[in-house]
Design a protein around this ligand. Structure first.
Ligand code: NDP
Length: 247
């Protein structure tokens, strides 16, 4: 299925997986709503997409704030007429042990990784139901399948994303012609590790980069495009994408 002319809302589009996917979808002909908080980054990406002959709008959006999400989705629909694809990708991963009691970081992960995804879904789903079709792609993780030390809360949020994705597929696919894909990457080179405030875990993640080759954000973008372009009869429900060297 071609995505040429489709309209995609991409959250977390200011860096990493979201930015790479926005660019890739634009090159495949989709019109993109670039959503994140760092507007300067979004404007630069918007320009890059325009330089390739594509179309995008920059949407300053905090996924935690429902009003900001609703306003962004409305702006995108006004600009391009609809929203056909939602890439729920914004997220963060500040690793620490539970006993460190970094409760602000726990709450932040729940707010962005789970509630943020629900906020954007709530803003876009009515449009997809009205237009009798769409495709929602959610970024979970290997942490949405397994649990690791230091990642209890992050893993809980990504297990939630996996569960919500399956629930969406069960409720939306047959009834509303909305396909749902859950992407579960292993380690990807991005800015994700820069927000780790625990020195020990930050050091471990830096060391890991020396030990194995991480995936590129563009590898995940390619995976998202693959799921979106699958024939209409197919719903690629889950894609577990690992660096070849990661156990
Ligand atoms: P980055 O840190 O590069 O990107 C995270 C993105 O999320 C940024 O664009 C950031 O934008 C956005 N974001 C964070 N908080 C908010 C918010 N409140 N509102 C709106 N946007 C927000 O990391 P990745 O590209 O790696 O991460 C993308 C997704 O992939 C995340 O869900 C992550 O959990 C998941 N993932 C990453 C893996 C990896 O190894 N890198 C592996 C598996 C999954 P801004 O700060 O401008 O708002």
């Amino acid at each position: 299925m071609s995505i040429d002319g489709k309209v995609a809302l991409v959250t977390g589009a200011s860096s990493g997986i979201g930015a790479a996917t926005a660019l890739k979808l634009a090159k495949a002909g989709a019109k993109i709503g670039l959503a994140a908080r760092r507007l300067d980054r979004l404007s630069a990406l918007q320009q890059q997409i325009a330089d390739h002959g594509g179309q995008a709008v920059a949407l300053e959006m905090d996924v935690v704030d429902q009003a900001s999400v609703t306003a962004g989705a409305e702006k995108l629909a006004e600009a391009f007429g609809s929203i056909d694809i939602l890439f729920n990708n914004a997220g963060l991963m500040p690793i620490s042990d539970l006993e460190a009691l970094k409760t602000d970081e726990w709450h932040r992960m729940v707010d962005v990784n789970i509630k943020g995804l629900l906020n954007t879904t709530a803003a876009v789903l009515p449009m997809m139901i009205r237009q009798k079709g769409g495709h929602i792609v959610n970024t979970s993780s290997i942490a949405g399948r397994k649990v690791f030390p230091g990642l209890a809360v992050y893993c809980a949020t990504k297990h939630a994303v996996t569960a919500i994705s399956e629930g969406m597929r069960l409720e939306l696919s047959k009834k509303h012609n909305i396909r749902v894909t859950c992407i579960q990457p292993g380690a990807v080179e991005s800015e994700l590790f820069e927000h780790i405030s625990d020195g020990n875990y930050r050091g471990q993640m830096e060391a890991l980069k020396e030990q194995m080759e991480f995936l590129k954000a563009d590898d995940i973008a390619e995976t998202v495009l693959f799921a979106l372009q699958a024939p209409g009869r197919m719903d690629i429900a889950e894609l577990f994408v690992m660096p070849a060297q990661q156990p």
